[in-house]
Design a protein around this ligand. Structure first.
Ligand code: ASP
Length: 441
């Protein structure tokens, strides 16, 4: 039994939804469908979720709720008309307009894209709509509650198939709608797959699968046929964004593979994401290479601290980390030497004053000999199980970057020997990725 999740571009208009319908109805193993809200129909178009957030803001700023909601209503009316469905969504629209008018949460309004999308999909397939409001549980602070959700979901779905569920949201214990972060329908699909112990979680999107690196940097990079959860987690955390990075956690519990497929090229086998290396055989091929993929992100900053005999000073690292934690920031990497400590932090949205405060606090509590900050650092992850116990991978990384005239600011090998993280100047980011790709792939 499979769970099939369709993303925003697969649900963008009636034509796309007809393709989705064909994919689902031609697969005898398809048991559950999870959908996103309709996405962009072409470049420059708006996603329904963005239209909903905009409507929420417009009403707050004084616009009439019915007017603010009109662009969403038009999108769904076009879809229903284009599919030739005899369904009337006006009572649903009125309910949403009323909630907009009365004052509600942004999460509630944003969730209506997936809600209406699932209603339409259920009607198109002739399947049953099943609301995730009752099945996906968040706590009062909006944190997803995995185990409570699994119990609720298992109970509700047990013995039932041919269900369509909206992605992206659930509700807290008070019954208020809560959403995942953007792109969260991927997580909903994974939660359903875990609950029904699916044989496969198919995640249908608009690309053939995971590429070995960013196609905006390297022309036509190779596709990854098979990748493990851990490799994928490293790559998607570092910016490879085909799948929401949190989608792995629910399916990991039961070793359920995820298959990334392309709604617009259903013949392509896509990328298979498997629990461990043991799965590297059979229908999908695994390229025999040291490196599975390369990904990265710009705009980190690093704090370099030096103090003689630092290693003997009890609580030194703790005091440094507290200064960062007190400002609500988390750290990405922490390469150390005998008398040196470097901390790499994601600088996106961090105010310069916050950084100054952190430095002042470290000076006060740790009295370092030297403290310095380097901004505009890009981190690049070279990821692959193939590098496990293989000699010379780090040497290859360094020599190829040296030949490309890229200065390495930092290098850190994960303890799992699954990845090597390299810090370079933002300005060298693209050059570094391109030369690493040529070296390894
Ligand atoms: N519709 C939501 C978004 O645009 C969630 C999703 O599509 O996964 O982020």
């Amino acid at each position: 039994m499979k769970v099939l999740k369709f993303g925003g571009t697969s649900m963008a208009n009636a034509g796309c939804i007809k393709r989705v319908k064909e994919i689902v109805l031609s697969d005898p193993d398809a048991g559950y469908v999870v959908v996103s809200a309709p996405g962009k129909r072409e470049a420059g178009d708006a996603k329904v979720t963005d239209l909903l957030y905009a409507a929420f803001r417009a009403v707050k700023a004084g616009q009439a709720a019915a007017d603010a909601f009109l662009p969403v209503r038009t999108r769904f009316d076009d879809i229903v008309g284009g599919l030739g469905l005899k369904m009337d969504l006006s009572a649903e629209y009125d309910g949403i307009i009323e909630r907009l008018d009365r004052g509600t949460t942004a999460d509630y309004i944003a969730s209506r894209g997936e809600y209406l999308s699932a209603k339409v999909m259920a009607a198109a397939l002739g399947w049953t709509f099943c609301d995730t409001k009752e099945l996906i549980r968040f706590d009062d602070a909006g944190r997803f509650m995995a185990e409570e959700t699994d119990v609720l979901m298992k109970k509700a779905l047990c013995g039932r198939t041919r269900l369509v569920l909206p992605g992206f949201y659930g509700a807290d214990e008070a019954g208020e709608i809560r959403t995942f972060s953007r792109g969260g329908s991927d997580v909903s699909g994974a939660i359903v797959a875990r609950a029904v112990l699916a044989d496969m979680y198919e995640n249908w999107t608009d690309v053939d699968g995971f590429l070995m690196c960013d196609p905006r940097i390297v022309e036509d990079p190779e596709l990854i046929g098979m990748i493990t959860y851990k490799e994928l987690r490293e790559l998607s955390y570092m910016g490879a964004n085909v799948l929401h990075p949190e989608s792995i956690f629910p399916v990991r519990k039961n070793d359920i593979p995820i298959n990334i497929r392309n709604t617009f090229n259903p013949a392509a086998p896509g990328t298979l994401i498997v629990p461990t290396k043991k799965f590297f055989k059979g229908e999908f091929t695994r390229r025999d290479s040291t490196v599975t993929g390369i990904a990265g992100k710009k705009d980190f900053f690093a704090i370099f601290i030096e103090k003689s005999m630092m290693n003997n000073e009890l609580g030194f690292a703790r005091r440094v980390l507290s200064a960062i934690e007190n400002k609500g920031l988390s750290i990405e990497h922490m390469p150390t030497g005998v008398d040196t400590l470097s901390i790499v932090i994601d600088g996106t949205g961090v105010e310069p004053e916050t950084v100054e405060d952190i430095l002042a606090e470290i000076v006060k509590t740790c009295r370092p000999d030297v403290i310095d900050i380097v901004r505009d650092i890009a981190l690049i992850a070279v990821v692959g199980h193939g590098m496990l116990r293989k000699k010379g991978t780090a040497a290859k990384v360094c020599s190829c970057l040296y030949r490309a005239d890229v200065n390495i600011r930092m290098i850190d090998q994960g303890s799992s020997e699954l990845n090597i993280i390299i810090g370079v100047d933002n300005a060298d980011y693209e050059k570094a990725i391109a030369c690493l790709y040529r070296e390894f792939i």
